[in-house]
Each structure stands twice: as C-alpha cells, then as structure tokens.
Design a protein around this ligand. Structure first.
Ligand SMILES: [Cu+2]
Length: 282
C-alpha cells in the first residue's frame, strides 16, 4: 500500500524525467538539422529520397520501441527486484493491459505497412514523357546501355576487358576520381526524369545503385521499367547485386549524371563517333 504522500513525489519525478527527455529531443526536432543517415544513403534521386524517408522513419520507430521496451525491462527489474520470500502480486489476467500490448504492435505494423505502400508506389511510378529512355541489358559479365533514339550503344564486359577502369563513352572531368569509374557508364541528364528499361540477356542479375537506394532484378524474359530523376551532376558507383557466376564480382558500372545540355552534347558526339557515315550524310 502506498502512503498518501507518495503520489505527488512520483508525479514530480515523472515530470522531471519527461522534461529531461523533451529537452534532449528538442534540438533534434527543432534545430533544423538533418536526420542522421542511420548508416544508409540520403538518396541522390527523387525516388531515392523517398526511400530514405521510409528507411529513416522505420529506424526511428525501431529506436523508440527499443528504448521503451528496454527501459521498461530495466525499470521492472530494478523496481520489482526480489525483496522477500513472499509471492509478489500476480497480473496474468490483466485484460486491458493484454489488449493494449496486442493492439499497439499491430497498429505499428499497419502504419509502417501504409508508409511502405505509399513509398513503393511513388518509387515505382513512371512518367508518361521521360526526358530520355535507356535500354539496359545485363549479361555475363557486363552491362550494355542503349539510347535507341540516337542509336548509341555503350557496352563493356569485364571478361573481355580485365581492367575495367575507365568508362566507354565517358571521359574527362565526369570520371574523377578514377576509382569511382569502374565499368561502363550509364549517362543520364541530371534534374530530368530518365526511363530505364532493364532486361537480362542470360541469367538473373541485380541492377544496384547504392546512392540511389535502388536495386532491381534484371531477369531473362522480363522487362523491368523504372524512372530515375537524379538530383545533381555526379558519378555514382553501381554494381550487379545478384550472384550470377564466375565474374559477378567484376560486374561493375557507374551512373554519370550530366547537366542536360552536356548530356545532349555527349549523346550527339557519341552518335557521330559511332555512326560517322550516317552523321556525315545528314
Ligand atoms: Cu552478378
């Protein structure tokens, strides 16, 4: 039985703990600072940023649940530690409590599921008029990037080119530092929406661009379509993420996002260098 004066003391302590927690959380919430990355990428595309929001939100929810559960466990261990040989009060038929801890996790899962569906829909959405369309083919062991509107083909296989440093079709300042330029370059216009049409020529491969928070299977007989809207010009490392045989680990590529004008200039120069006779007769 509690003494009648214990309640205000407990309430005061609870208020102080709540104030301390609020004070600790306020700088993060109101400070205008960015969320931590939680060991992930913020996403360098419009789609990748949506993924990051979902990932960060899920991570924060997990931290809140973890701290709450861990705190309650610690509190009950200390508060209700053994003090005598008497049997403590039993609560196994506390129906309201049991209903609460059944419903709350179900609600958490439903909320996370809802956010996941909304995010997946926005990431999978394709625009009706992309700025460019690239046919991407994965094969053992390399990548091919076709720009059908300009008949430009960029291809490199790591078995035929044992030193894949240096992209085909991309050179100069876009390719620094060189170690980020492994494999062939998938060149896209920055700030515009590009459509990728992904296929495999043989086995299942994985098209993975870590900084885009994006991975998709390249499956034989299946066309996977998706859009990228890369935020800024830059070079983004990428690789096959599905074990596909002997040289899987060398199946690297990279995405080069260029300002739209530079992208068009690159496309035109590739077109004239790959089809010199066609361009001379135009
Ligand atoms: Cu692979």
């Amino acid at each position: 039985m509690h003494a009648p004066t214990a309640r205000p003391v407990l309430a005061g302590r609870r208020r102080r703990i709540l104030l301390a927690l609020t004070a600790a959380a306020l700088p993060v919430v109101l400070g205008g600072c960015q969320l931590p990355t939680f060991l992930g990428f913020r996403g360098s595309t419009a789609q990748g940023r949506d993924e990051f929001q979902l990932y960060a939100g899920t991570f924060i929810a997990a931290i809140v649940v973890g701290v709450l559960v861990g705190g309650l466990i610690l509190w009950s261990v200390v508060r209700y530690r053994r003090r005598s040989e008497d049997m403590p009060r039993q609560f196994q038929y506390h129906i309201p409590l049991e209903i609460t801890y059944t419903i709350v996790p179900v609600l958490i899962v439903l909320v996370l599921f809802g956010f996941t569906v909304v995010t997946e829909n926005s990431v999978d959405a394709v625009v009706s008029h992309p700025a460019t369309v690239v046919d991407v083919y994965a094969f053992q062991w390399g990548w091919e990037f076709d720009y059908p509107s300009h008949h430009v083909v960029i291809q490199a296989g790591t078995t035929t080119d044992p030193d894949p440093v240096g992209p085909q079709g991309v050179s100069g300042p876009a390719c620094h530092p060189a170690q980020w330029c492994l494999g062939p370059g998938l060149v896209l216009p920055a700030g515009q929406t590009a459509r990728i049409e992904l296929r495999s020529r043989d086995v299942v491969h994985g098209f993975y661009v870590p900084e885009f928070n994006f991975s998709r299977y390249a499956q034989p007989g299946v066309l996977n379509e998706f859009d990228f809207t890369v935020d800024k010009p830059g070079v983004y490392r990428a690789q096959c993420a599905q074990f596909c045989g002997l040289y899987h680990s060398l199946m690297l590529f990279h995405v080069v996002a260029m300002p739209p004008a530079a992208f068009q200039a690159w496309l035109s120069s590739e077109q004239s260098s790959q089809h010199p006779t066609a361009s001379s007769t135009q």
